[in-house]
Structure formats: C-alpha cells, structure tokens
Design a protein around this ligand. Structure first.
Ligand code: NAD
Ligand code: UDP
Length: 328
C-alpha cells in the first residue's frame, strides 16, 4: 500500500518540487492549492501520473480528503513580500485557519504534519547566525507582521496540537530558497534581478545593498524536508544554506551570470527589511545528517537556464499573480 501525503500550496514554487519528489518516491500525492499565487503549469507534468491528484481548494476553509492520510505538508501561504503585502488578510488566514484545518484533519487521520515555517520568525535578527533557540525580533504591526506573525502563530498551534492532542508534528524553519518555477515577477530578489537582466533593465538594489541573505537551492531544501519528515525530532529545525552574501554582491553575481550590460540602481529599503540573515544549521547536520550540496554558482546556472527558457509574454507580464480573481 502506497503512503498517502497531502501537500498544501502544491502549485507554488516549493510545493511543486515537493510533489515531484513524493511522486518519484512512489507516494500517493494529494496536491491542494487555491492558485492565489501558484500556477497549475507548475504541476502539469505530474497530472498524468496515477499516483497524483489535484484539489483546487482554499485550505483556510474546511478541508476534506477521503481515505487514509499518512502525512500532511502545509506549504500554502503567500511567501514573497509583494504577495503578502497585497493579500495580508489571506496570509494571516492561511497561517492560522489553514494550519488549524490541517491539524484537525491530521487528528482524524492520525497523520504526521510538517509545516513550512520560515527564517522570518526571527524578524530582523539580533543574533547572528540564527539558531533555533533565538526567539526573534519581529514588529507585529509592521508591513511584514502579517507574514511573520502568521508563521509564529503557525508554530505555536502546531506545538499545541503536538502537546495537547499528541499529533505528530515537524517544524521546518526555511531560509531563502531559490530555483526553477519561482514566479519571475513575485518581487523576490533572485527572480527580480534575473528578470531585469533578461528584459534589459537596470537591477534594483534596495537600500545600500549591505543587507545579507543566504540562498539555498531547492533540491537541497527538499532533501532536508524529507529527512526532517522522517526524523523523530519535534522542535523547529533551520533548513538553509549558510553561504551568506550581501545583496549588492549578489547583484554583481547576477550581472556576471547573465552577461547583462545594465547597471545597478539603488532604491528605498522596504520597512523592517532584515539587515542580516544566515542559518545556523548545526541541528540539521546533527539530527538529519543534512548539509546543502549545491553551490550558489551551480544553482544559479540551473535557475537562469529555466528563466531564459520562458516565453516573451511571461517575461514581460505585468500582473504579479492571480490576485484580481480573488480580491473583489
Ligand atoms: P509560492 O507563492 O510559490 O507558493 C505558495 C502556494 O500556496 C501557492 O501555490 C498558492 O497559490 C498557495 N496558497 C496560498 N494560500 C492558499 C490557500 N489559502 N489555500 C490553498 N493554497 C494556498 O511560495 P513558495 O516560495 O513556494 O513558499 C511555499 C511555502 O514555503 C510558504 O508557506 C512559505 O511561507 C514557505 N517558505 C518559503 C521560503 C522560500 O524561500 N521560498 C522561505 C521560507 C518559507
Ligand atoms: N531586494 C532588492 N531588490 C529587489 C528585490 C529585493 O534589493 O528588487 C532585497 C530586499 O530588500 C531584501 C533582499 O533583497 O533585502 C531579499 O529580498 P526578498 O524579497 O527576496 O526576500 P526576504 O526579504 O523575504 O528575505
């Protein structure tokens, strides 16, 4: 009998890679998404597979899945600052009502839940690199608060279901991850820079570019998530690549990679933009025997090849996503 896994946010960037991995590993994959920031085209290649099915559903409303369920991976949530600033209430709902529904379903089905938490729970961190013990520095009423606090609540309710109802739970704190199937216009720095290079526009660095991030290639992340799911560790685990870089150096790397003759221009730094971010992955190393293997150089080459293959229409598309359909 195949193990059955429900993946929410399946049509998004990370969700689609997870679906691919679990289909390949011969699980029965139930993919769920309301397509608010995701795209069915991310899952097209999986649709013909007999061990894959898709439910078009908002997980913030009651969810029903017939049959047994072994695992639930809750990845539904807008994830880029542009997205969650445009749809703040939906972001708060999917991080609270959405996970509540998943945990309720897990109780009924006796399934194990893994949640996609984030380095944003650390906010603008005063501890560097960030360890899981750090409680964070988040402005609850700032523009990023809708995302950061939803994710913090998500961790709290997940721990409560574990403690009070005995639900098996796993918490992944995911740091900036990139790869094919990111949306070119979701506003995140990597697709922003590559899109600008491909369209012949200048690269927009926010602030003075001295803020840092640490970028993890998607295949490494997926491997870490699978290992965490199958581990017996119930406290949060950081998953990310500790190779830290300033955003201005990152812009230079993209200029080199793409061969663009455009230059860097500087724009205002968004409010509460974290100044530094690097995961301490000691726990992941010790508990999961996991370290990221793909260097930024290799990962960027693969990702650039993907973006280069997109149509002109896609490259110049103005709208960010499907919001208009959802916000009346
Ligand atoms: P994404 O926007 O590509 O994917 C999110 C998916 O969730 C989309 O397909 C969207 O349509 C779906 N969704 C949103 N609200 C929903 C709802 N109410 N019901 C059903 N589906 C819904 O973003 P991503 O980068 O793939 O992120 C996936 C998850 O990983 C998110 O929870 C995000 O917070 C987390 N995460 C991502 C990163 C990263 O670097 N990519 C870092 C930390 C955490
Ligand atoms: N950023 C930038 N130019 C852009 C988009 C983003 O300089 O066109 C910066 C942004 O201010 C942040 C960093 O790049 O400091 C990473 O931004 P992203 O939105 O990708 O992720 P997050 O801030 O959530 O880590």
């Amino acid at each position: 009998m195949r193990k059955r896994v429900l993946i929410t946010g399946a049509a998004g960037f990370l969700g689609s890679h997870l679906c691919e991995r679990f289909v390949k590993d011969d699980y029965h994959v139930i993919a769920m998404d309301n397509l608010i920031t995701g795209r069915l085209s991310n899952l097209e290649h999986l649709m013909p597979k007999e061990n894959f099915e898709f439910y078009h559903q908002d997980v913030s409303n009651f969810i029903h899945v017939p049959g047994k369920l072994d695992y639930i991976l809750h990845f539904a949530s807008p994830a880029s600052p542009i997205d969650y600033l445009k749809i703040p209430i939906q972001t708060l709902k999917v991080g609270s009502l959405g996970i509540h529904n998943c945990l309720g379903l897990a109780r009924v089905k006796n399934a194990r839940v893994l949640i996609a938490s984030t380095s944003e729970v650390y906010g603008d961190p005063e501890v560097h690199p960030q360890t899981e013990e750090y409680w964070g520095n988040v402005n609850p009423i700032g523009p990023r608060g809708v995302y950061d606090e939803a994710k913090r609540f998500q961790e709290a309710i997940t721990m409560a279901y574990h403690t009070y109802h005995g639900v098996e739970t796993r918490i992944a704190r995911i740091f900036n991850t990139y790869g094919p199937r990111m949306r070119l216009n979701d506003g995140r720095v990597l697709p922003a820079f590559i899109g600008q290079a491909l369209r012949g526009e200048d690269l927009t660095v926010f602030g003075d570019g001295s803020q840092t991030r640490s970028f993890c290639y998607v295949d490494d992340l997926v491997e870490g998530l699978v290992r965490l799911l199958h581990s017996d560790y119930t406290l949060p685990v950081n998953l990310g690549n500790p190779d830290e870089i300033t955003i201005s150096d990152f812009a230079e790397e993209i200029i080199k990679l793409t061969g663009t003759t455009q230059k860097v221009i500087y724009q205002d730094l968004p409010v509460n933009d974290p100044k530094q971010r690097q995961p301490d992955i000691t726990k992941a190393k010790e508990i999961l025997d996991w370290i990221p293997k793909v260097s930024r150089g290799e990962g960027l080459k693969i990702t650039y090849a993907y973006f280069k293959g997109l149509s002109k229409d896609e490259l110049f598309k103005k709208e960010h996503n499907n919001f208009e359909e959802y916000i009346k």
